[in-house]
Design a protein around this ligand. Sequence first.
Ligand code: SF4
Length: 351
Amino acid sequence: MAYRDNTKVVHIGDKVIGGGNPIMIQSMTNTPTEDVEKTVSQILALEAAGCDIVRCTVPNQEAADAIKSIKSRIHIPLVADIHFDYKMAIAAMENGADKIRINPGNIGSKDRIEAVVKTAKERNIPIRVGVNSGSLEKDLLEKYGGVTAEGLVESALDKVHIIEDFGYDNLVISIKSSNVMLCVDAHKKLAEKTNYPLHVGITEAGTLYGGNIKSSIGLGIILNEGIGDTIRVSLSGDPTEEIRTAKMILKTLGLRKGGIEVVSCPTCGRTKINLIGLANDVEKMVQEFPLDIKVAVMGCAVNGPGEAREADIGVAGGIGEGLLIKHGEVIKKVPEAELINALREELVNWK
Ligand code: SF4
């Protein structure tokens, strides 16, 4: 049985995580939160991409106040990200945040943590206790001789115990590191010691290229170990890309169903159409269809038809044209320029 089947169930707005519920995909806005227009528009784009829960930074009172207006215009739960000022955590909750993310180590004295926990308790708002390798305490660095998985786990559980001592256990934990294998190790160790739901991510993973690879490897291993209740792919890029990658990771691991899977060939000397352009266009175009099917985009009429037959529908390129193959049968020969529309038409009327 996966670790995640036994984690505590936590409600974040209208979403439920933990206890074997479907793994939720999160992202974070990169607009100034106090700029309501920009933030709402980015969140709506994230929603359209398939984001389940969104996080916004709350560094000041303007941002905390903006949460109320933002919340009235979006449709997914909002998590307030708090760094140092405990008053912002309280203000964010008063303004409707569905969850807060804090590192109690950065909040300061126990009195301040207690004040945050008190508000969370009154409103039954979950707290994500987030620990990053970059902010590991000095004593733990000394104890373990640097940043280690054991140190991260101990740091996270220490923070959790502080909050538990104030009588609150509506918690989610995250431990993040940009060192992928250290992060994997830390999650395995943490999952053995706690049954709080875990939010999993590889922090500061990098650009689209490096970040996608690091996140896919890190999240892939961790999720495949049965660990993880929510995930975030962190990329230096458009946050909607994070959602695309996260969805692909979950689908590849068989942890999420639905949505069209596109397979395409690597092209070779036989390819006589702009297959790479077509595959990229098809990948974007299929996003709008909630079908659970496989679409093949193959470069030639030698191997292409065979591969396309394995899929529910596919294209096999020829010279300036392509074959459209549905359920294993060639249904049409289409000029290259019309292939994408012909494929789209089939998806619109999918049977
Ligand atoms: S499907 Fe055809 S074009 Fe694509 S890699 Fe295979 S042989 Fe080459």
